[in-house]
Design a protein around this ligand. Structure first.
Ligand code: FEO
Length: 403
């Protein structure tokens, strides 16, 4: 054990015993520019309980932090709120070493853990609403299927009003501070929004139902302890309100123009469209995919009302960097957008049609006509691009006005 790793006290009986991954920069396709943490929590109840574990290479860090408050061999229960390997990677080794009396997971989680790992110990399944006595304290379980895996669940420690929320309300942010109220608010909001857009967005309807369910349950939430990033203490209400706003996906007067270009024809068109959007009163974000990452695009779309996509045609296809970001957007399913496609070509010109297939596939309302130009856009075409921008702006104003 490395004794410089310390646990951090979260409440009277709960400690953070996770690990800090300062250097990770890619999380299955999501660019994590500020690293992340894998949070695990130790409850010093009569039955000493560990909530989640950490990614496999960080096992020693977690065990060392636990050892700073108790002998890890005294852990009697382990609860797995989420089976994804950043939280369960070292679970099999911990079970082998600690031999806890019981391991708990949701019904789907129990099966998923057995499918993922060679775990010889029985895993006890808990269902939505089940309670677990820790002797002097109690845990209640709430299934949160598809937030963001089918196995996902929350655990709630009633006596200290702490919600262990696994990935929900988390963010990828490595920091030496453990509490959100110790971190600059603009960084918190940016990283929480980026996390929401890149991980939680497709499940927004479930988020709205969950927020409603928690509100109706009357649960008091003094602390939200997620599996990534800082612990919410003084600003629990703020992060819940942000989640409610992001989940509602209400469009704003903002347009995101994303393009990839070979010889700058598509780029000039993108600029003309952007000028038209701005002249129509929209806040515009223009993003060339040689310079931006797919994670940035989906972040910008979180509060956008319009998405306009452009690409040159290369070998009868859109440019590969555009195919990359479109695949990502299609999977994350942003809602309530209007938009259109544009682009340029040398002799065949398939890119614009292929982009529009994707836009239609994710229910983006197409405004006006797609613009596809051979070789170089002339003044007439650029005028049409500008006009497309103003038309989209008009449609967005009308749509938002009608909400
Ligand atoms: Fe942080 Fe879905 O794992």
């Amino acid at each position: 054990m490395k004794d410089f790793y310390k646990a951090v006290k979260i409440s009277d009986h709960v400690y953070w015993v996770g690990a800090i991954d300062w250097n990770i920069r890619d999380f299955h396709g999501y660019r994590t520019r500020r690293g992340t943490t894998y949070n695990a929590y130790l409850i010093l109840a009569d039955k000493i309980t560990l909530i989640d574990t950490v990614k496999a290479p960080f096992k020693e860090e977690m065990l060392s932090r636990i050892a700073s408050v108790i002998d890890p061999m005294k852990i009697e229960y382990i609860v797995s709120n989420h089976s994804e390997m950043d939280h369960s990677g070292c679970l099999p080794e911990c079970i082998e070493m600690i031999k806890p009396e019981k391991v708990f997971a949701s019904v789907v989680g129990s099966k998923t853990l057995k499918d993922l790992f060679q775990i010889h110990q029985d895993i006890s399944s808990v269902k939505d609403g089940d309670r677990l006595s820790l002797g002097n304290m109690n845990l209640a379980f709430m299934e949160t299927r598809m937030l963001h895996w089918p196995d996902s669940m929350f655990s709630y420690l009633a006596e200290e009003q702490i919600l262990f929320s696994q990935d929900a309300f988390g963010m990828h942010l490595a920091a030496s501070d453990r509490f959100a109220d110790q971190i600059d608010q603009s960084i918190l909001e940016y990283e929480a929004a980026t996390y929401y857009a890149n991980i939680i967005l497709p499940y927004s309807p479930l988020v709205l139902k969950l927020i409603d369910k928690v509100a109706k349950s009357g649960l008091e939430l003094k602390v939200i302890a997620p599996d990534h990033g800082p612990v919410w203490r003084k600003n629990v209400k703020w992060i819940i309100e942000l989640y409610a706003r992001w989940a509602a996906q209400k469009p704003t007067l903002k347009a995101v123009v994303v393009y990839a270009t070979m010889w700058h024809s598509t780029e000039v068109m993108a600029r003309a469209i952007s000028e038209g959007l701005a002249a129509g009163g929209l806040n515009v974000k223009l993003m060339c995919m040689d310079e931006w990452h797919r994670s940035d695009v989906i972040y910008e779309l979180l509060d956008a009302g319009a998405l306009i996509i452009g690409s040159s045609t290369l070998n009868n296809q859109m440019l590969p960097q555009m195919a990359d970001v479109l695949t990502y957007i299609r999977g994350l399913r942003p809602a309530n957008l209007v938009g259109q496609a544009f682009g340029s070509f040398g002799w065949s010109g398939e890119a614009v049609g292929k982009i529009n297939e994707v836009l239609q596939g994710i229910n983006i309302e197409l405004v006006g006509e797609a613009i596809s130009v051979k070789l170089v856009p002339n003044a007439d075409i650029l005028g049409k691009c500008y006009a497309l921008g103003t038309l989209i702006a008009e449609r967005l104003h009308d749509g938002i006005g009608a909400l």
